[in-house]
Design a protein around this ligand. Structure first.
Ligand code: SAH
Length: 489
């Protein structure tokens, strides 16, 4: 699976592309992904023409183990024998998001103005499955200002009786900012393919919004794109489009000082005013995804994205996260720790460890322990998760928790979730100033959580990225906030 991006800006050194992508034209760089490997190199890097290539090598076995390859109705062997290793798909988007993240976000350390400059770019994809063929391909890219060339790839002649292949070799030409092009590709590659190969959860809406804010609303095929992206979950797609409209109306009102109010967009905004309750009611989440389930989905997705196979769930409670992890063979080694023996007993009963096949059950251990004390059993893990735990600790004791987790256990990653206090306004039944749970010792705003996290990073040599859990309110943010910490060394 190959994607190339070529810059031919006249009068400048085309190798500037290397600064934008933050990948040096003279070096081959390889990255591990949960489902394989990704290599970045430059087949051509001259002053006039600079072409970067992203080669994605998918390991079908890893893909299945990570359950990323399973889709309902696949025959058993289809999980292993399919064209996923060779064709562009959502896995390409995952890779783009990982290796070109800063370019996608419009960041360019050395030449910030370059990120805001439109460049003559040519993008080639070696084999993309397109449901809807060339007309759909043009319908998607041309309104965004691309010149589209597509060549349908023939089936091997032995199979010609089967008709034509659904694969296209594609060339897209445009004059645009690299970040816009990457965001288009991120959203549209899986849309062409129509199948997303990994779980579509509520967090997907956030990704779609983040990557398409600037362009999807005005696109003639916006409904189809959102629907396909969200794998035909219509109501999720509608929710996403309404949120886009909502953001747009906020922006307009902001720019014009005083919006007129009472517009159609306002009505939409109210209908979708995203309280936890309304999300629960939202048809889209027919499965009645409660905030708790969204939280677990988000955590599992993140753990996979960072490739954490050995996970310690600290303050595991009754084992909600553990039960997700143990049923998923992506995770090889799992430990759940809690200070409450009663919770551990409930976890043990719920997980039905004694009725699981030995091979499955032996991956999980439950430990009794406290996060206030150094514990040798907590060292050498890929990731530690503390899901809705810190707010149960007395503020003066947070310092001990920080030392135990970030100073002594020092896993490669730490995922911490905690309520976002600002969002409490949207819980109608919650009196102002009250906490969501009687055992909470505090609930932080986003700024409070971020300043605490930042200080941890400085003291213990970690960096942190923040993520929303649940659908965020445009002003008040998400119901739950998550920090994903990564160790610097
Ligand atoms: N992570 C679970 C439980 C969250 S409730 C979930 O999301 O469902 C908070 C949990 O933290 C409780 O199970 C509580 O027993 C545990 N806890 C509180 N203080 C702790 C400490 N000092 N060490 C370990 N666990 C602790």
């Amino acid at each position: 699976m190959l994607l190339t991006i070529e810059n031919t800006r006249k009068g400048e050194d085309a190798r500037e592309l290397g600064y934008l992508l933050q990948k040096h034209p003279d070096r081959l760089q390889s990255f591990e992904l949960a489902f394989g490997q990704c290599h970045i190199f430059y087949p051509e890097a001259s002053k006039e023409r600079c072409r970067a290539a992203l080669l994605l090598e998918i390991d079908p076995v890893k893909l299945v183990r990570g359950s990323g390859g399973k889709s309902k109705g696949d025959a058993p062997l289809a999980q292993y024998v399919n064209d996923r290793p060779y064709v562009a798909s959502s896995l390409m988007s995952v890779a783009l998001g990982k290796v070109f993240r800063s370019a996608m976000n419009g960041q360019c350390k050395d030449m910030p103005e370059l990120a805001e400059t439109a460049l003559p770019l040519t993008i080639e994809l070696s084999a993309v499955p397109v449901k809807g063929g060339e007309p759909f391909l043009r319908g998607v890219f041309e309104p965004l200002g691309y010149e589209v060339e597509a060549e349908r790839l023939p089936l091997d002649e032995r199979f010609s009786a089967w008709g034509e292949s659904r694969l296209y070799q594609i060339r897209l030409k445009t004059e645009a900012k690299l970040k816009d092009v990457l965001n288009h590709l991120y959203v549209l590659i899986p849309v062409l393919d129509r199948e997303k190969h990994y779980y579509v959860g509520a967090e997907e809406i956030e990704k779609l919004l983040r990557r398409s804010e600037q362009w999807l609303k005005g696109h003639p095929l916006s409904q189809v794109i959102a629907t396909r992206y969200l794998r035909n979950k219509k109501s999720l797609a509608t929710l996403a489009l309404e949120r886009l409209a909502e953001n747009e109306s906020d922006k307009q009102n902001g720019e014009e000082g005083e919006g007129e109010g009472g517009t159609a967009n306002d009505a939409t905004a109210q209908n979708t005013a995203v309280s936890e309750k309304s999300v629960g009611q939202e048809e889209a989440l027919e499965k009645k995804i409660s905030l708790n389930e969204v939280r677990m989905d988000t955590v599992v997705e993140k753990l996979k994205a960072i490739g954490a196979r050995r996970v310690a769930d600290l303050g595991c409670g009754e084992g909600k996260l553990l039960s997700r992890l143990v049923h998923d063979f992506f995770f090889q080694d799992i430990v759940g720790m809690d200070v409450s023996i009663r919770s551990l007993e409930i976890a043990e009963r719920r997980l039905k460890l004694d009725r699981m096949p030995e091979r499955k059950a032996q991956r999980l251990k439950l430990l009794h322990g406290s996060l206030m004390y150094r514990d040798g059993r907590l060292t050498n893990w890929d990731a530690a998760t503390c899901i809705e735990v810190i707010e149960h600790l007395d503020v003066p004791r947070l310092n001990a928790f920080e030392k135990v987790v970030f100073g002594q256990a020092r896993p490669s990653h730490v995922l911490i979730t905690t309520p976002n206090r600002e969002y409490n306004k949207l819980f109608e039944s919650l009196e102002e100033g009250r906490f969501r749970h009687s055992d909470h010792r505090f609930e932080w705003s986003r700024a409070e959580f971020q300043s605490w996290s930042q200080e941890i990073c400085e003291r213990f040599g970690y960096s942190v990225d923040y993520f929303d859990v649940g659908t965020a309110d445009p002003e008040l943010g998400p119901p739950t906030q998550m920090g994903v910490f990564s160790r610097g060394d």
